[in-house]
Design a protein around this ligand. Sequence first.
Ligand code: SAH
Ligand code: SF4
Length: 357
Amino acid sequence: MSVRSALPGVDCSTNKVSAPLTPPLLGASLAELTAWVQQQGQPAYRGKQLHEWIYHKQVRSLAEISVFPKQWRAEIANTAIGRSTIHYRCVAGDGTVKYLLRLADGYIIETVGIPTPKRLTVCVSTQVGCPMGCDFCATGKGGYKRNLGRHEIIDQVLTVQQDFQQRVSHVVFMGMGEPLLNTDNVLGAIKSLNQDVGIGQRCITVSTVGIRDRIRKFAQYQLQVTLAVSLHAPNQSLREKLIPSARSYPLELLLAECREYVELTGRRVTFEYILLAGVNDFPEQAAELAQRLRRFQSHVNLIPYNPISEADYKRPWSDRIAAFVKVLKQNHIAVSVRYSRGLEANAACGQLRASKE
Ligand code: SAH
Ligand code: SF4
């Protein structure tokens, strides 16, 4: 099954539209947009124009599409494309930009643009808040409001692209929310980011804390995206102290699903592991982690903890981080350390929170 078949309303084998498109338009394919313009009594080629103007010229209102006939433009001027507005924008010293975006219903979400010399990465949110309540995460501490629609996920990428005046090359689903609690919209957004916006699937990473049966389901779409699983502990007893949902979804089951993912997709899994001083950063814990991931096609991404006001964890000193890395390497585990960007703008991993005006 391909990601195309995940999209409601489109018969992907023929690319025919099987159900009428209802705005917001972002997330709709060329075929869906073409059917939509034809329903409005317009010729099919207007669908291609509409696709170009919403995804590449990134208009915020259909009234801006100057190639459309004036009268029709006036008629469709209020049709929602699905764009948010920038409520607040903050640039960190390292060039990372944090945005607070206002959605149509007034909720505010966070998005981060992360530039490096060769890349522009967007860290997108998938929910307003998050219901998982992880102990070290500002989003989790702030509660949960609702899932984002696929248009609201795509809009975050277009907003950063427009603001930087530069093509977005990478997208990481590591903002507010748990992507696998919003699987349909996340799959719809990935499909559109790939086919309509032009971002390679291999340049997309989906991060999850793990939801029972959802990794297996996700694997069935045979995507080329990277799956990152937030592990954070080498054993069940510590993991369930940090991540409440781990109590009902034990580590062994999570790892078994990850193994199935590797078998089904042929792609390795990245394991994310926050380093919390004195909690999960002992060399013995590195050895235990290595033991657990033995014979697993994986990569461990260590994330030194980013402080949040609601929790009193500490980031380990660098010698402690180096010692943890050393043990993993000695045990032949591929490992990298991710020093978060945008710290002073509160835009780093785990520092994002939702609000409403
Ligand atoms: N809900 C998903 C994706 C969003 S969180 C998940 O949990 O994977 C993205 C990443 O940021 C996760 O690996 C998460 O554990 C990490 N994170 C959360 N709070 C953090 C903090 N205070 N410091 C560093 N990383 C944090
Ligand atoms: Fe939700 Fe991820 Fe934060 Fe946990 S770490 S509360 S799953 S956003």
